[in-house]
Design a protein around this ligand. Sequence first.
Ligand SMILES: NC(=O)c1ccc[n+]([C@@H]2O[C@H](COP(=O)([O-])OP(=O)(O)OC[C@H]3O[C@@H](n4cnc5c(N)ncnc54)[C@H](O)[C@@H]3O)[C@@H](O)[C@H]2O)c1
Length: 370
Amino acid sequence: MRTDDLLVLLRGVLLDAHATPVVLTPATSEPSITIDVDASDAAEAAQLLRDALPAGLTLPAVVCLTSGEDRVTVTARHLPGAVPVPDPRDGAAGSAASRAGVVAGRVALVTGGAQGFGEGIVRALHASGAWVFIADLNLDGATALAKELGERATAVGCNVADEDSVAHLAATIVATCGGIDLVVSNAGIARAGSVLEQDLAAFALSTDVNYTAFFLVTKHLGRVLRLQNVAAPDWATDIIQINSKSGLVGSNRNGAYAGSKFGGIGLVQSFALELVESRIKVNAICPGNFFDGPLWSDPVNGLFVQYLRSGKVPGATEVEEVRAFYESKVPMGRGALGADVMRALYYIVEQAYETGQAVPVTGGQVMLSS
Ligand SMILES: NC(=O)c1ccc[n+]([C@@H]2O[C@H](COP(=O)([O-])OP(=O)(O)OC[C@H]3O[C@@H](n4cnc5c(N)ncnc54)[C@H](O)[C@@H]3O)[C@@H](O)[C@H]2O)c1
């Protein structure tokens, strides 16, 4: 077997043994244990690893894995703040007061993490003690954010609509941390336009980034999560798509966006049904408009400025009036914030008994019906 697959299995074996998040980082020091794995499949390799690790192994430990000519040496350790995951069947488990703690010590990926909602999610996960991979087309922005956050933040240049790029992203995460617990598929774009006027290229780009990319991210990161699960059958992991209220109700002159987001809900439900056997939960968060983010508030190209210029809001002569018009559509009187999205995200990760759901975070603007 390939050593990168063995790393994922070793992480799984340690998750299974400790019920606590663990990272495997490349090491140059002498290993305390060397394990030669000659196995024909993942289950056999996991068993070999389990048998070879000393009972009650304490971390950190430097472990070398060899397979034929290939070898890899890693330090296995718990990040500060990592705590054992409570048994979900325990009635007292998982108090909401410590919800942010559910991600402490875990490995997370946020696509489109350089700005907007993604940046907010990156910052919150990092502050909660997770190791966060910031994958973005804008590598400079992702690198600047990772630098600012320091340890436990890794920038990766990635085009989520390109399969090779997403495969490279998954390989980078495995080589850096040995596996992953939480995938946040957030990168998205808005290409508004009338169905009678819109170019096919704009429609296709929206579909590629908002819809197809979620398939690619789930395919390549889901493979890592499934392999890890072979060695850690009780360890629950999450794939979360940042969808939109436009994935729940149609959006006038914005069909490319709303259609791609509606499609995302279909993928979420279908992937959830398939991946549940590997204890991978797949859910969506559907936020309302993020008026404070660059998409709306950018002083040059933001939607408030665009809508002012195009006269979309009758009688508005100032950006503030356009904003007030849109805020008045929200029963709770304001746009969605990163913190609102994070409360839903922590709920989804903590909730051991739900999958395939779309959680609205819209201040009451969209209410579910069936
Ligand atoms: N802004 C809102 O009002 C709003 C509301 C509901 C849902 N959303 C959803 O939230 C998500 C984030 O939106 P936002 O408003 O924060 O966007 P944003 O434009 O502020 O940021 C998007 C980030 O994704 C990156 N990105 C774009 N295409 C990419 C690609 N192909 N590969 C990798 N990275 C790419 C960009 O470089 C950028 O850093 C999207 O899925 C969006 O549909 C946004």
